[in-house]
Design a protein around this ligand. Structure first.
Ligand code: AHR
Length: 502
């Protein structure tokens, strides 16, 4: 049965905020040390940052990177990471049971962001600390000078403010695992007062309040309702997190999980609307989906590392998931969901960026390489900017045990009006090939095929490794033709496609 897709230039979901293709670096495992920072590495720049990694981040064109955590931030003293490096304290990181040397802190990371062509998104510690730490951190980072904290920044070698606009008010504060975990009321009050103080410094900041750590939390979605009720007027975004796994080794069900993601987004959008109405507010709070990815391949190895060590290792190889081809499809499906919900999800961060559940891996002293999931993120980040189109899709479905019926082909499309491209992202999550017919309406009389990249593999579990980094890579697509404003072709079983029409 043919899958028919209709795209009309005037049927638009939303302008996509480019920050939909953000990412995340936490002081966790080897994300920072031997990830982005390795002064002894051949490629290290004058700041000790690996140029080979910077090049790969630039290739991904990541518009924003969240930092420094994650769970790490909830017991982090930002002051430990400023001033002369040889005087910075080594601390015990309670979140990941490791040692933190503090060689990299705000200055070094902000310089790295500049080198990597990305914007910094900072998180304040609302776990072990609170409002006072947040306001001091903000004054240090953003005030031009003439005050205690801003003058200290200048004394530390940075005259111009970092001018960070986007701030997270803590991390996963609903999680009992979080250092300084709080009830929704406790957190909502603290977040409100912290946001108020931060806004007293600068009204134009963009502030992100914590939503649920995942949709299975017992407090979800009452958490969102309570927290937003207490903070609505002071914040701009509510954060959501979600990780995916195929522990059951059930591909059909695994690749249907973006239905749960969609339900999660729609439900939280409903809570936002409810509080908006309750407050008689004209302001809209949006979603910052600031942690998402596949995370399960490394669970066993992490258990061994953490259980087998009674010390506090420095930069151990934690959360080093090695992604397979199946995960390419999953990441494509997740991003398609964000594109279709880009009217409410304005920011999203692939968690994380280097070594820790990441598209980019490094060998200490060795090379940097691309995981399988690098590619669907790359295509979306590079070609998924513009207007998300409200497609009409009709075609075969299959039944997934945990979510019910899902389309065999998952399709999203983005219209880049300035450059004149319409880009389709198509994931065939089924085990059979499907003919496809895409009709363009309102884009002009004729279209041409500008690019077609395809990812497919005989083995769903195939991975890239340092020794073989090109086992799973995109190839030029074949077998689709464009006649006038109609594209026809076949989408093979278990495949990812980026199709650009001009
Ligand atoms: O990204 C890994 C961890 O996942 C983060 O530290 C935490 O916020 C989440 O639970």
């Amino acid at each position: 049965m043919t899958v028919t897709v209709t795209a009309h230039a005037r049927y638009v979901i939303s302008d996509i905020d480019p920050r939909l293709y953000g990412s995340f670096i936490e002081h966790l495992g080897r994300a920072v040390y031997t990830g982005i920072y390795e002064p002894q590495h051949d490629s290290a720049d004058e700041n000790g940052m690996r140029r080979d990694v910077i090049d790969l981040v630039r290739e991904l064109d990541v518009p924003v990177v969240r930092y420094p955590g994650g769970n790490f931030v909830s017991a982090y003293n930002w002051e430990d990471g400023i001033g002369p490096k040889d005087q910075r304290p080594v601390r015990l990181d309670l979140a990941w049971h490791t040692s933190e040397s503090n060689e990299v802190g705000l200055h070094e990371f902000a310089d790295w962001c500049k080198a990597a062509g990305t914007e910094l998104m900072l998180a304040v510690n609302l776990g072990s600390r609170g409002l006072d730490e947040a306001r001091n951190f903000l004054e240090y980072a953003n005030h031009k000078g003439g005050s205690y904290w801003s003058d200290l920044r200048i004394a530390n070698g940075r005259k111009e403010p970092f001018d960070v606009k986007l701030w997270c008010l803590g991390n996963e504060m609903d999680g009992p695992w979080q250092i300084g975990h709080k009830t929704a009321e406790e957190y909502g009050r603290l977040a409100h007062e912290t946001a108020k103080a931060m806004r007293a410094f600068d009204k134009s900041l963009e502030l992100v309040v914590c939503g649920s750590s995942n949709a299975k939390m017992p407090t979800y979605p009452a958490w969102e309702a309570t927290v937003l009720d207490l903070t609505y007027n002071e914040v701009d975004y509510i954060s959501l997190h979600m990780y995916f796994d195929n522990k059951a080794n059930n591909t059909a069900d695994y690749l249907a999980q973006n239905k749960k993601l969609d339900d999660y987004i729609v439900s939280v959008a409903g809570v936002i609307d409810f509080i908006k109405a309750k407050k008689r507010s004209s302001k809209r709070v949006y979603i910052s989906f600031d942690e998402w990815n596949v995370w399960y391949h490394s669970n066993e190895q992490d258990r061994k590392i953490l259980e087998g060590n009674d010390g506090w290792p420095f930069a151990p190889p934690l959360l080093e998931d090695i992604y397979n081809f199946e995960d390419v499809l999953q990441v494509g499906l997740i991003i398609n969901t964000f594109i279709r919900r880009s009217d409410v999800v304005r920011i999203a961060c692939l968690a994380q960026l280097v070594n820790v559940i990441a598209p980019i891996m490094t060998e200490p002293g060795g090379k940097a390489w691309r995981q399988t999931i690098f590619y669907p993120f790359l295509f979306a980040s590079r070609h998924g900017r513009g207007k998300a189109l409200d497609l009409k899709v009709s075609g075969p479905t299959y039944h997934a045990p945990s979510v019910g019926e899902v389309d065999c082909l998952d399709v999203a499309a983005v219209h880049d009006e300035a450059q004149g491209f319409v880009t389709f992202f198509v994931v065939n999550r089924s085990e059979t090939s499907h003919p496809i017919e895409i009709s363009l309406e309102g884009f002009g009389d004729a279209a041409t095929l500008s690019d077609h990249q395809v990812m497919t593999h005989a083995d769903l579990k195939a991975v890239n490794t340092a020794a073989r980094p090109d086992a799973v890579v995109p190839a030029q697509g074949r077998g689709v033709t464009v006649t006038g404003t109609r594209l026809t072709g076949a989408i093979s079983a278990y495949s990812y496609h980026m199709i650009r029409l001009k």
